[in-house]
Design a protein around this ligand. Structure first.
Ligand SMILES: NC(=O)c1ccc[n+]([C@@H]2O[C@H](COP(=O)([O-])OP(=O)(O)OC[C@H]3O[C@@H](n4cnc5c(N)ncnc54)[C@H](O)[C@@H]3O)[C@@H](O)[C@H]2O)c1
Length: 381
């Protein structure tokens, strides 16, 4: 973390308390490097109290050991107020107020995607540790500007690719990384939403590959452990012609080739009639590892007609809560100890490069190569 006025003043107070016996709130203790030490609480200010920000605020307030919700800000006063009131924390009057508050150690950027870059640049300048929801931006040059600012400031930055923290998906990655399934030949990812978002959202979303498949591009890199070097995408409009009229697709298949020769196959739909379908599989020379859908509960009904099991979780807020909690646990550990980011700026950038290549491929019907330079800062598709 950078030398900040906040961290420096905390550090000074710690040093002073050690020499003159003055008091220092243990929740504010920082170590000599400016990082928060083991045992202290990381106080997080949440920017954006919409769907995901509200959930993060609740988790931070109630379910993440070592973290506390410190403050909330959303320009929609009612959103800010209801979250702040229900969770018993102050409401900032502006993003600047939250970013300059000495009672905030880290900021969670949970705002609409088009505001992430400016807030990330401002957060880097404030010296706070930063969690930023995915994607940082839909524009590579803007992502690079934000990552440059974070790097210059020496800011701690973790990006919200939460599915890496899902215990079942992670077990597939671990099976690959440990060699348990031998050399990995194929990764298969099925990712299907229960229903399409409103057309107004689709029009601003960057389209299926940047809005939805971007999680799967991240998962492919994470599970295979090898960079993506080629993308071939096919898409169709099978659900709602209005999605096509908005310039998007609602059904897609993407194949990826990785640097080590492994292949990944991703299939997406914006509408699975049976609920939120999220499966990951890795197939290798010595076996296979898979992550299946959890069910909403474990009850079954057996009759002469067969056995009925419950349905799938409705959507991500039901399906992925354990991953969101683990993501925060990992962020707390990162802020306390430093070290490599659990999901770095480079990890945020790569799925965007792959997503832009997927759009290019879907439009021209050809595979698109991604050279190593494309993955470097300032490189593009
Ligand atoms: N990781 C995941 O699983 C996941 C899931 C959903 C959304 N997201 C991402 O989270 C972000 C937010 O998505 P959402 O669905 O919560 O959107 P949303 O529209 O429900 O909420 C966004 C909120 O940000 C607020 N906002 C806008 N500008 C702001 C600013 N300058 N300061 C503070 N607040 C501001 C808006 O008023 C709104 O309340 C998006 O980038 C999205 O891609 C990630």
């Amino acid at each position: 973390m950078s030398e900040t006025s906040n961290a420096v003043s905390l550090r000074d107070r710690v040093r002073r308390s050690a020499t003159d016996g003055s008091t220092c709130d243990p929740s504010e203790v920082v170590c000599a490097s400016g990082l928060i030490v083991e045992g202290s609480v990381v106080r997080v200010g949440v920017l954006g109290a919409g769907r995901i920000g509200r959930m993060h605020a609740e988790l931070l307030a109630r379910r993440v050991p070592g973290a506390a919700l410190a403050m909330v800000y959303d320009p929609i006063g009612e959103s800010s107020e209801s979250v702040a009131r229900s969770l018993g924390v102050p409401m900032a009057r502006s993003a600047e107020e939250l970013l300059s508050s000495p009672s905030v150690d880290a900021v969670a950027i949970c705002t609409s995607t088009d505001t992430h870059v400016e807030l990330l640049v401002a957060a880097a300048g404030s010296g706070k540790a930063i969690f930023c929801e995915k994607p940082i931006s839909l524009d590579l040059a803007d992502v690079d500007r934000a990552l440059d600012a974070a790097e210059r400031a020496g800011a701690l930055l973790q990006v919200g690719f939460n599915r890496r923290f899902d215990p079942a998906h992670r077990s597939v990655r671990d099976a690959v990384a440990s060699g348990a399934i031998g050399a990995v030949h194929l990764v298969r990812i099925s990712s299907r939403d229960p229903a399409p978002p409103p057309i107004t959202y689709i029009a601003r979303s960057g389209g299926i590959f940047l809005d939805m498949t971007i999680h799967d591009f991240d998962m492919a890199r994470f599970v295979a452990g090898s960079e993506v070097v080629e993308v071939f995408a096919r898409g169709a409009v099978r659900i709602d012609p209005a999605i096509g009229e908005a310039g998007d697709l609602d059904t897609a298949v993407v194949t990826l080739r990785h640097a080590d020769g492994c292949l990944t196959l991703i299939d997406n739909s914006r509408q699975a009639a049976y609920g939120y379908d999220q499966r990951v599989e890795a197939f290798g020379s010595a076996g296979m590892a898979s992550s299946h859908n959890p069910l909403t509960h474990t009850g079954t009904l057996s009759t002469a007609a067969g056995t009925m099991t419950p349905g799938l979780p409705h959507f991500y807020l039901e399906r992925y809560v354990p991953s969101y909690v683990s993501q925060w646990v990992s962020f707390v550990e990162y802020v306390r100890t430093g070290g490599p980011s659990p999901v770095s700026g480079a990890d945020a950038r790569a799925p965007l490069v792959i997503g832009l290549a997927a759009w290019q491929s879907a439009r021209n019907g050809q595979p698109v190569a991604i050279g190593p330079a494309s993955m470097d800062r300032t490189g593009g598709v």
